[in-house]
Design a protein around this ligand. Structure first.
Ligand SMILES: Nc1ncnc2c1ncn2[C@@H]1O[C@H](COP(=O)(O)OP(=O)(O)O)[C@@H](O)[C@H]1O
Ligand SMILES: [Mg+2]
Length: 273
């Protein structure tokens, strides 16, 4: 049934690659803490088609980051399983690119060298990736900043470098946890457009956590609304807006109607006892 859901998911994009599908099956997570047990996730099942861009929105502390950590193989679920393509995720999933809210750039490396760090850490030959790194930086309007150090870059530029670093090895799966959370609204809009362009061109499977409804609608094929902790899926909303999507798409009535549905699902949330 889950595989069916993958094949028929709404908001279809051109590139469907079942090899990059993500299947989250009945995943639960309970943390044992000194103060007792904390149930963060309660039997969440979710299927992403290969190439699908899915956003997750939900109240703070509901379990979004925990779920992303489980998909990335950085956190073990208490129950359930994650499969990416034909691989069961049982440890850090190496074919994923990950972007966090903090850019985690190394201050003593230039933008280009920060992007190439990913290559060095993977033991790949740097010289084969320099031109690709420069192309990626160009795609996010940073070609002229390749040799600048992080301290010479704005917050938005730094986060663009972090995105390039996550993409340099061409991972089929991109996992992003509030990547634009620390940026001002205008910069967020700009980066959203850049990210949308890159993802449209490369057809990656993306899980994107955000607090911005506009960002979620702009970028996604589908938006998952989660309940307060323990996280369960409250709504699964398709975004059938044509691509590529420029920033002006946000002014259309179709965009407003979808944003309204997401907002209504979020505001209908009642704290659980
Ligand atoms: N390593 C951990 N140990 C104990 N509790 C944790 C741990 N990680 C997360 N939690 C708890 O799990 C819940 C969900 O956290 P998180 O996934 O970070 O939420 P979100 O990303 O939606 O804000 C929170 O109550 C948090 O305190
Ligand atoms: Mg979080």
């Amino acid at each position: 049934m889950l595989m069916n859901a993958v094949q028929t998911a709404a908001g279809a994009r051109d590139r469907i690659d079942p090899g990059n599908a993500i299947i989250i099956e009945r995943v639960s997570k309970t943390f044992e803490t000194r103060g007792g047990t904390v149930k963060a996730i309660d039997e969440v099942s979710l299927a992403l088609r290969g190439g699908e861009f899915v956003s997750i929105v939900g109240p703070s502390g509901c379990g979004k980051s925990t779920l992303l950590g489980i998909v990335a193989g950085l956190t073990r679920p208490s129950a359930g399983s994650v499969t990416i393509g034909s691989t069961a995720v049982n440890g850090p999933y190496e074919r994923a690119g990950i972007v966090f809210q903090k850019d985690l750039l190394m201050e003593w490396r230039t933008a280009l060298d920060n992007v190439l760090l990913q290559i060095e850490l993977r033991g790949l030959a740097r010289k084969h990736y320099v031109s690709r790194a420069l192309d990626l930086l160009a795609k996010v309007s940073l070609r002229d900043f390749a040799n600048k150090y992080p301290r010479e870059l704005s917050g938005g530029m730094r986060q663009r470098v972090a995105i390039c670093r996550a993409l340099i090895h061409d991972p089929p799966v991109l996992l992003m946890d509030e990547p634009f959370g620390a940026l001002d609204a205008l910069t967020r809009d700009e980066i959203s457009v850049d990210l949308s362009k890159v993802c449209d061109e490369t057809g990656k499977t993306v899980v994107f956590i955000t607090h911005s409804i506009a960002e979620a609608v702009h970028l996604s094929d589908r938006i998952i609304v989660m309940s307060p902790r323990p996280a369960t899926i409250l709504a699964d909303i398709a975004v059938d807006l044509p691509r590529p999507r420029r920033i002006e798409v946000r002014d259309t009535p179709e965009f407003g109607a979808i944003a309204q549905r997401v907002r209504a699902s979020l505001t209908a949330l009642q704290p659980r006892r």
